[in-house]
Design a binder for this molecule. Structure first.
Ligand SMILES: [Zn+2]
Length: 573
C-alpha cells in the first residue's frame, strides 16, 4: 500500500501544477472617424496604456498607426463597419456606401460573433452600436445580444461596464462609438480641431470606464483578455469618404497576453479583426474564405535608434555662408548649389528660425536653382530602401507646383523617384504640401496633401521604410504633429538621378522652390514617429536638430521634450 502512495501523489501534484487554461475573453472598441495621429495630439491615457503594454500586469501591447480601411470601397463608415464585423471586403459584403448595410449577405458572410457562436455555442456575444438597424444589418443574429445606442456613447460604455460587473458578461463584445466622427464632420478632423481632440479624449474616458470594469472583475486573474481599439477611417477638413491617405490612416491597438509588444509589422487592416478575434478563441478560420489574417503576432523590424543621428548621412543646419552647404554633423558628402551666380541664388539668409541662417532659394522659370546632394543616387538604388528626410519650410502662397525635394523628373508624370511638392491637390484635398512617388504602373501616387500655414515655419518629414510604408508627416505651429501613411511596397524610388534640395532630380525643373528651408536632414534608416516628433518639438523651442542629435528617443529627456509643449497647453488642451 505504501509503495502505491508515492506514484499517486506524484500524479496528483503534477495535475495541480499544470496551469488551468484561462477563459478567453475579448473586446473590440471602434471609435468612428479617429485618425491615427490622434494618439499623440490628444491625452489618450487609457489607449496609451493598452498600446504600451502597461494596462495590466502580464498584458502586452501591439500598435499600428498606419492601419488600413478596406481598399475596394471609398472610406465610408458602413463599408468599414461591415468589414470589421464580417472580416471580408466590399467585394464580398457588398456594402459600398453608408446606409446600405442591408445589402450585406449575413448568411453567406456572417459576422465573426456569429461564427464564434457557431464554433462555441456555449459562449455569449454582444454587439452595441450607434447607427441603428444599419449597423445591426451586418450581423442579424439573434443569438448575439445587441443594443442600439443611437450615438449616445456615454450610455453605450456605461451599459457594457455594467454588464462586465454582472454574471451575464459576454465572452466576446464589439462596441462602436459614434464620436469623434460626428465632431470631425462639424469642426474638422485635420488640421486637428480642439473639439476633435476633445472628442478623442472623451472616447478615451469611456474606454477607461469599460477597462476599469474588466479589471475589477473578481475572475479577472483567471481570464485571458484580448482588447482591440480601432477606427473605421480618418478624415480631412470636415470630410472623409474617398481613398486619400487622410481617410486611410487609422489606429489599431491590441492588448493581450499573447500579442507581441511594439509596433506591428506591415499594414494591419480593419478586416483583420475577425480572424484575430476568432484565433483568440481557437476557432479555425481556414475554411471561411475571409479576407482577414491574425494580427499582433509580428513586430515591425524598424524602431528607434540609440541616438537621433544614427545613420544621419546629410545634415544642413544652414550655418555656412558659402556656396556649399555644410554637412556639420557627419562631415560626409556635402552638396553643390546651382542656379544663377549673378543673382547669387540660392543663398544662405540670416534669420531667426534656429538662431542661424537658413536657405533661401530664388531663381525663376529660366534659371532653375537648387542644391544637389553629392553621391545621393546610391541611396535609392536597392529596392525597399529605408530613408528619412526631414526639414522645416516657410512657404509663401504661389502659383505652380514647386518642388522642395526630389530625385524624380517631375515634369515627366510617372517617372521613377519621388518629390515633395507644394501646390498640388488630389481628388478631394485642397492645394498643399504632399509627397509624390512613382508606382510600377507609371502612376504618380500622392501622399497628403497637408494645408500649408503660409508665412509660418512648418516641419515636414518623409519616411520610406524597408517594409513598404511611405509616411509623410507635418508639424504645425500649434504643436500638432500629423501623419499619413501610404502603401509603397512597389514604389519605384530609384531614378538614377541625385536627390536635390529645392528642385527635382534633373535640377532643371522650372518651378523650383522659391521659399525658405532650414535644418534639412537625410538619414539612411526609417525614423520612428516619436523620433520625428522629438525633432519637431525641439524645433518649436527654437532648437536645431544638431542640439538634440545625442538624444535617445526612449530616454526620459526625450519624453520630457515631447511632453513639455503638451503640458504647456500647445497640444491637446
Ligand atoms: Zn465612420
Amino acid at each position: 500500500m505504501k509503495k502505491m502512495l508515492i506514484p499517486i501523489l506524484a500524479v496528483l501534484s503534477a495535475v495541480a501544477l499544470a496551469e488551468t487554461p484561462k477563459r478567453p475573453m475579448s473586446l473590440v472598441v471602434m471609435w468612428d472617424g479617429a485618425r491615427a495621429d490622434g494618439i499623440v495630439n490628444a491625452e489618450l491615457i487609457n489607449l496609451r496604456k493598452l498600446a504600451s503594454g502597461t494596462w495590466q500586469k502580464g498584458y502586452n501591447g501591439a500598435w499600428s498607426f498606419c492601419g488600413k480601411p478596406i481598399d475596394d470601397a471609398r472610406a465610408y463608415s458602413f463599408a468599414n463597419h461591415a468589414s470589421i464585423m464580417n472580416g471580408v471586403t466590399r467585394q464580398k459584403h457588398g456594402v459600398t456606401f453608408n446606409h446600405t448595410s442591408h445589402l450585406c449577405d449575413a448568411k453567406r458572410w456572417p459576422c465573426w460573433l456569429s461564427r464564434l457562436l457557431d464554433a462555441k455555442p456555449g459562449l455569449k456575444a454582444y454587439f452595441s452600436y450607434a447607427c441603428g438597424d444599419h449597423n445591426w444589418a451586418t450581423c442579424r443574429d439573434e443569438r448575439v445580444a445587441h443594443r442600439d445606442f443611437g450615438g449616445k456613447d456615454d450610455e453605450n460604455a456605461a451599459a457594457l461596464a455594467a454588464l462586465y460587473a454582472s454574471p451575464d458578461a459576454p465572452d466576446a463584445a464589439v462596441m462602436m462609438f459614434e464620436e469623434p466622427d460626428g465632431i470631425g464632420h462639424v469642426k474638422g478632423f485635420y488640421p486637428m480641431s480642439q473639439e476633435y481632440r476633445k472628442a478623442l479624449e472623451t472616447c478615451d474616458v469611456r474606454l477607461g470606464k469599460v477597462l476599469g470594469a474588466i479589471a475589477a472583475r473578481p475572475t479577472f486573474a483567471d481570464e485571458d483578455w484580448l482588447i482591440l481599439v480601432t477606427s473605421d477611417h480618418g478624415g480631412y477638413h470636415t470630410m472623409h469618404g474617398w481613398k486619400d491617405t487622410h481617410s486611410h490612416t487609422t489606429p489599431i491597438i491590441l492588448a493581450g497576453h499573447h500579442v507581441v509588444n511594439g509596433q506591428m509589422a506591415g499594414f494591419p487592416r480593419g478586416q483583420d479583426i475577425a480572424a484575430t478575434m476568432l484565433a483568440h478563441f481557437s476557432v479555425d478560420v481556414s475554411g471561411m474564405d475571409l479576407d482577414s489574417i491574425e494580427i499582433g503576432k509580428k513586430a515591425a523590424s524598424w524602431g528607434p535608434a540609440a541616438k537621433l543621428d544614427d545613420s544621419l548621412v546629410w545634415y544642413y543646419p544652414i550655418v555656412a555662408r558659402t556656396k556649399y552647404l555644410e554637412n556639420a554633423v557627419k562631415g560626409g558628402p556635402g552638396s553643390v548649389l546651382f542656379g544663377d551666380e549673378e543673382y547669387f541664388n540660392p543663398k544662405i539668409m540670416k534669420g531667426r528660425r534656429f538662431a542661424t541662417p537658413y536657405l533661401w532659394i530664388g531663381g525663376d522659370e529660366d534659371v532653375p536653382c537648387g542644391a544637389r546632394l553629392n553621391d545621393s543616387v546610391d541611396l535609392f538604388l536597392r529596392p525597399g530602401p529605408a530613408v528619412t528626410l526631414a526639414f522645416w519650410a516657410k512657404t509663401v502662397k504661389r502659383e505652380g507646383r514647386q518642388v522642395l525635394f526630389g530625385n524624380k523628373d517631375f515634369a515627366r508624370a510617372g517617372s521613377p523617384g519621388f518629390v515633395v511638392t507644394s501646390g498640388l491637390h488630389t481628388e478631394r484635398t485642397a492645394n498643399g504640401m504632399c509627397l509624390v512617388f512613382a508606382t510600377p504602373e507609371g502612376r504618380d501616387e500622392v501622399v497628403g496633401t497637408y494645408d500649408i500655414e503660409y508665412g509660418e515655419w512648418g516641419f515636414y518629414a518623409v519616411v520610406f521604410t524597408g517594409e513598404g510604408q511611405a509616411w509623410f508627416c507635418q508639424g504645425r505651429k500649434d504643436g500638432c504633429f500629423h501623419w499619413v501613411c501610404a502603401r509603397a511596397e512597389n514604389a519605384l524610388l530609384g531614378s538614377g538621378l541625385p536627390l536635390c534640395i529645392g528642385n527635382d532630380g534633373t535640377g532643371s525643373y522650372k518651378w523650383n522652390y522659391m521659399d525658405f528651408l532650414d535644418d534639412i536632414a537625410v538619414w539612411k534608416r526609417s525614423l520612428t514617429l516619436d523620433e520625428l516628433r522629438c525633432i519637431f518639438k525641439a524645433g518649436l523651442q527654437g532648437r536645431q536638430l544638431k542640439d538634440v542629435v545625442a538624444l535617445d528617443v526612449r530616454s526620459r529627456e526625450a519624453r520630457d521634450l515631447m511632453d513639455t509643449t503638451e503640458k504647456a497647453g500647445v497640444v491637446g488642451k
